[in-house]
Ligand binder design. Sequence first.
Ligand code: CA
Length: 360
Amino acid sequence: MKRRDFIKTASIGGLATTATLLAPSIAEAKAEFKWKMVTAWPKNFPGLGTNANLLAKMITEMSNGRISLKVYGANELIPAFEVFDAVSNGTAQMGHAGAYYWKGKSEATQFFSSIPFGLSGQEMNAWLYYGGGMELWREVYKPFGLIPAATGNSGTQMAGWFNREIKSMADLKGLKMRIPGLGGEALRRAGGTIVNIPGGELFTALQSGTLDATEWVGPYNDLAFGLHKAAKYYYYPGWHEPGSTIEAMINEKAFNALPKDLQQIVLVACKAANMDMLSEYTARNNQALDTLINKHKVKLLPLPDEVLKNLKKLSEEVVLELVAKDPLSKKIYASVSQFRDQVSHWSEISEQAFFKARSL
Ligand code: CA
């Protein structure tokens, strides 16, 4: 029997006992790695949870079952905000979350989700893969025994749901808002109160008045949570998350225990899932936005320029203070800000100019 046929038969029939008859290289190839993937999202949540499912499915199928990967939603094995620790200590071999949730571990993690007024989704991937971003990210996670990978990107998010109109900076004063990361700190400096809760609790918090406002992701994900039933105004653009990367993290010891081909399968699957999410969000956000406006009569509004300008100034203050006190953040910021300056020029004369031309 040809090797390919044998593997096919074995995977269907589960002929594990014959593994001993194989040459060592084939026996190794048939070894089983039973991995767990813990996530920061409700199980099967559109886009985020389903990306974790897709990633697990790709790794399992591309490895012909040599790695089996079981996905756990938030609170199934551990709570959302314990993903980092669970993968770091080996409770799970993989995690699926957002890097800015871990600023308590290292402030520098925040650069690998999205920084306010930073990079768009496409620009973020360009920085990670071709601008030195991935190397820096690995450096930040290394002390925790973790290997990071980008596994999705939301594209430009929405500024969020508000139960009051935002006409000037004064309207941000006393606003109780869920907004993570550096953008949250900028909003706090604008007079807001930041409440940090997982996505699954947003609807209730907004409806009960624990929150006056919340950002989540964009139309596709926000519609799934029904946030339009809890707040009247839907603001854009997502200044705080212009192109957020979703991360996969891999326990380093578990990764190192894999043969080279399986290591490549894990990393390549993450890259494929990363591309998949940005495409999916681009397609589904516009469908969902249409539903929100035309079916649910949501009031869609832009944040006033004056508010955006002030939030930009506050965001810069926040980032520069962080950079001044944390050497690792300083090193990453030098890389990402130089990249942003260069890519901004290109983006202006390519996509921005084209979008303008298309709407003439
Ligand atoms: Ca968000």
